[in-house]
Structure formats: structure tokens, C-alpha cells
Design a protein around this ligand. Structure first.
Ligand code: SF4
Length: 201
């Protein structure tokens, strides 16, 4: 069975599902099977809620302050597990909770999920990936027609409701696209992180 909880650099990650509604051209899943101390992050079957809760319960979080929901899939594609696992980790393990997401969660679940997230998530990192609809669709290849707009409005809702929210892009973007991402981040007052391509999303 693939790892549900794994460590990478100084953080602990929860890999709760391999489901995803995007097909990013740079997705690390298509390059290697594992990240950090995990040999594989491909589940033979996506874990049940009980398996995820057990994995959190049994992991020794000594020295770690935060649990990041990320992994080889989009956590909001398994919203019920995400919410309950985040609630459990916060209450029973005293951890801060971060969500790394592609920003399609409200479209995926057919409703504004941000109020539900706000109860259990402390910070959110949304993959911006590109500064315009056309470029976003080329690189992210979302299953939704309005993927770019979904991602922007989801991030703005998180900014209003959760507060600690940022966009991320990878450092392989051309300078001119990076500059337009920086402009977009200023326009919407959403901090931007430019991360190395090889790091965890
Ligand atoms: S959203 Fe994340 S998991 Fe999904 S294809 Fe893109 S990089 Fe991969």
C-alpha cells in the first residue's frame, strides 16, 4: 500500500487520494512514483477515511508542527476525508493544517467549500501556474471549462475567509510570465511563492 503520511524536508504530508481534476504538464506524478521518504505515493486503491485517520493516529509527529494535505492527487477531490482528517490532526495532535490545492475544489464539489475548509484549515497554497486563462489551460489542463476562473475565485474566497493564503508558481516559467503572475498577485493582494520545480506541490 502506498504511503498515506510521508515526510519531505522539514514537513509532514498527507496523501489522501490519487484523484485529480487537472492534468498538469509538469506534474511530478508522471516523472517519479514517490517523494521524500515515500517509495510510492500511488495507492492501489484510494484509502478509506478510517485508514487515513489511523495513519495520522499512528504517526509520531514529534518535532513537527504542521500537517500538509498534498500528495499524489488533489485533496479536495476527497473532501469528506480531508475535513475529518484535518479536524482530527488539529484536535488530537495539536497540529497546524495546510492545504496545497489546485483551487478547483468548489467546482469539484458543486458548492462553495471554503466555509467548511475554514473550520479546520489554517493556511492554503493554491497553484496559480500561469497568469492568464489561455496559458493556465495549456499547462494545467483542468477538466472544468472555467478552470482558471474557478481557481481565481476559490483563492479570493480563501483570502477573505481563511486569510493565510498564497499562490504558487514553479520557477521554470519564462520571466515575462512570472512578471505577470507577480502583477496578478499584487492586483488581488494574494502573496506569491515561486518554488523550485523539483519540490513538492
Ligand atoms: S493538480 Fe497537482 S496532482 Fe493534479 S495534475 Fe496538477 S500537479 Fe498533478
Amino acid at each position: 500500500m502506498a504511503e498515506i503520511i510521508y515526510t519531505y524536508k522539514d514537513s509532514v504530508y498527507a496523501n489522501i487520494t490519487n484523484k485529480c481534476n487537472c492534468r498538469c504538464t509538469f506534474c511530478i506524478r508522471f516523472v517519479k512514483n514517490g517523494v521524500g521518504n515515500a517509495e510510492t505515493l500511488w495507492h492501489q486503491e484510494n484509502p478509506t477515511k478510517e485508514e487515513v485517520l489511523d495513519a495520522i493516529k499512528n504517526f509520531d509527529f514529534s518535532g513537527y508542527k504542521e500537517l500538509v494535505f498534498c500528495g499524489y492527487g488533489e485533496p479536495t477531490c476527497q473532501l469528506d476525508i480531508l475535513i475529518d482528517a484535518a479536524k482530527y490532526a488539529k484536535k488530537e495532535k495539536g497540529l497546524k493544517i495546510r492545504l496545497n490545492t489546485n483551487g478547483q475544489g468548489s467546482a469539484e464539489n458543486g458548492r462553495d467549500i471554503v466555509p467548511e475548509l475554514a473550520k479546520v484549515i489554517d493556511s492554503v497554497s493554491v497553484s496559480l501556474n500561469a497568469p492568464s486563462k489561455k496559458e493556465y489551460e495549456e499547462v494545467t489542463r483542468p477538466l472544468f471549462k472555467d478552470g482558471f476562473e474557478n481557481m481565481i475565485s476559490f483563492t479570493k474566497r480563501c483570502r477573505e475567509t481563511i486569510g493565510d493564503v498564497r499562490w504558487s508558481i514553479v520557477d521554470v516559467l519564462p520571466e515575462e510570465e512570472k512578471d505577470r503572475c507577480i502583477a496578478l498577485s499584487k492586483e488581488h493582494d494574494i502573496p506569491l511563492r515561486i518554488r523550485k520545480y523539483s519540490s513538492n506541490s
